[in-house]
Design a protein around this ligand. Structure first.
Ligand SMILES: NC(=O)c1ccc[n+]([C@@H]2O[C@H](COP(=O)([O-])OP(=O)(O)OC[C@H]3O[C@@H](n4cnc5c(N)ncnc54)[C@H](OP(=O)(O)O)[C@@H]3O)[C@@H](O)[C@H]2O)c1
Length: 274
């Protein structure tokens, strides 16, 4: 397998390209690597705006695909549309949703959406594109966007953390299964990023986008694309995050999980002192 991926003039599919980390990843691929982008999300207008921006600034071709990845038929269509009439070289499975609150309060609909978006869709897309990239024989690569929340059990983001643990484990296992095929699988596990996700989940009650340790989406995106291109196994971006991840692995879970719970606990919920 070539040591690093060359993206220039090649297509990289990015899910969740309508905002936050995914949109910045698309910009980095276009600006720094001269690649073309297949941009997937539900908000079509935003994808069209991104396409126009990248075409004007860098002459990039952006193929927008409107898809709701909670729907199995949209996942299959996304693969078919992306690969029709062009060759896809890289795949960034970034789309994701979260929530913030006690696990027992999550509605059935919220549970279903989380599992479908963060687990079922990326696993299925990794299967479809994994087979495709192996058949292409061009030494392509995939990047699965997990989270530091997948490195230890996360009270108050319990199911979100669980989906990210699944992606991390699945991605690293698939990487090993594809060893020798020329196709690389990388897992990217960021800590907090200043994106819409922080606002929408209500996590800004605990963490402010300007807090030390919350990364800008642009800096995080550069680290993500570097991880894909360099075919790294598991990347935690940012020195502070790496130290935290190292401590999380080193210290016993019986210490780490209660610390996480204290950090995330909302007043008035079960387990709080009030
Ligand atoms: N923000 C953080 O602190 C943080 C930390 C660690 C890891 N991450 C991970 O980073 C990734 C990107 O998150 P972000 O922070 O950039 O959040 P974001 O700004 O909310 O972006 C999420 C993206 O996912 C897409 N998406 C959500 N549901 C979808 C669906 N059903 N079908 C298709 N696309 C869907 C959204 O597009 P549409 O709404 O247009 O469909 C959007 O483009 C996620 O996997 C997240 O778990 C984030």
């Amino acid at each position: 397998m070539p040591r690093s991926m060359a993206l220039s003039g090649r297509y990289v599919l990015v899910t969740g390209a309508s905002s936050g980390l995914g949109r910045e990843i698309a910009r980095v691929i276009a600006r720094d690597y001269h690649g073309h982008v297949i941009a997937v999300a539900r908000r079509e207008q935003r994808l069209n705006e991104l396409a126009q921006e990248l075409r004007q600034r860098f002459g990039t071709t952006v193929v927008p695909i409107k898809a709701d990845l909670t729907r199995a038929e949209d996942v299959e269509r996304c693969f078919a549309q992306a690969t029709e009439g062009r060759s896809v070289h890289g795949v960034v499975l970034n789309a994701g949703v979260t929530y913030y609150g006690p696990a027992l309060s999550q509605s059935a609909a919220s549970v279903e959406t989380l599992l479908a978006t963060n687990a079922v869709a990326p696993v299925r897309l990794a299967q479809l594109f994994g087979r495709y990239l192996v058949e292409q024989g061009q030494s392509g690569g995939m990047l699965l966007v997990a989270s530091m929340a997948g490195l230890v059990p996360m009270p108050y983001q319990a199911l979100y953390g669980g989906t990210k643990a699944l992606l991390t484990s699945f991605g690293l296992a698939l990487r090993e299964e594809l060893r020798g095929s020329g196709v690389s699988v990388s897992v990217f596990a960021p800590g907090g990023i200043a994106t819409e996700m922080l606002d929408l989940s209500g996590l800004t009650a605990k963490f402010h986008p300007d807090d030390v340790g919350i990364m800008s989406a642009e800096i995080c995106a550069r680290a993500a694309v570097r991880a894909l291109v360099a075919r790294r196994a598991l990347v935690v971006p940012g020195a502070m995050n790496r130290v935290t991840a190292w401590l999380m692995r080193l210290l016993p879970r019986s210490w780490v999980v209660p610390i996480v719970a204290r950090l995330y606990r909302q007043p008035g919920t079960l387990g709080s002192s009030r």
